[in-house]
Ligand binder design. Sequence first.
Ligand SMILES: CC(C)(COP(=O)(O)OP(=O)(O)OC[C@H]1O[C@@H](n2cnc3c(N)ncnc32)[C@H](O)[C@@H]1OP(=O)(O)O)[C@@H](O)C(=O)NCCC(=O)NCCS
Length: 194
Amino acid sequence: MAPHPDFPRFDMTAIDLSLARSIDAFALEDVTFRPEVAEDAAAIDAIHDVTFGPGRYSRTAFRLREGHAPDGPTSLVAVYRGSVIGSVRLTAIAVGETPALLLGPLAVLPALKSLGVGKALMRLSMEAARQRHHRLVVLVGDFPYYWPFGFRVVPAGRVELPGPVDPARLLWAELTPGASEGVAGLVRAIGPAV
Ligand SMILES: CC(C)(COP(=O)(O)OP(=O)(O)OC[C@H]1O[C@@H](n2cnc3c(N)ncnc32)[C@H](O)[C@@H]1OP(=O)(O)O)[C@@H](O)C(=O)NCCC(=O)NCCS
């Protein structure tokens, strides 16, 4: 895919390799977690490129988020040695008439995989969502990874996405007990347009 004219292409292979060389010294304590800002967009896009590839553009969750800004306070980046190495985005949605957040993509640079960055992004973004009084978070992803954060499979037929989704990967987490009770319907993005 051609680089966006406003965002120079990151040489992610170079960043990945240079980080990989310093991986022995990697400590999660040296990673800073902060809300995403506009200047992070190109680095995040480059991480999505290496982790998900071009196929991501056709995924239902991607298409749902397309054209809507991520939720500012809950969408976080992980920064190590001045580089963005991971990102989690959340987007404001409605399930039927109930406001909620859609979590994803969650991605960490392959060179720094399985060192705790993804779990830290999950924990901190869920905390931020709770502090902002959000009640329900929905995602499409692997249940074994997300269940420790409170995610459960959405009961069949309750939530409809505007495209095909494996029902076993459609998950939600209640940030307030009972938040999913009576919630049903089509999911649409309601965040500000970009
Ligand atoms: C999935 C991802 C975000 C995890 O982040 P990470 O920083 O690499 O991993 P963490 O250190 O947080 O967690 C590692 C643990 O999660 C497990 N794990 C990783 N991906 C998993 C998956 N898809 N399903 C189940 N478990 C998974 C690892 O086996 C590891 O287990 P352990 O702690 O028992 O050793 C990251 O590997 C990534 O970007 N993958 C590609 C993009 C992707 O698949 N995103 C998620 C969409 S569902």
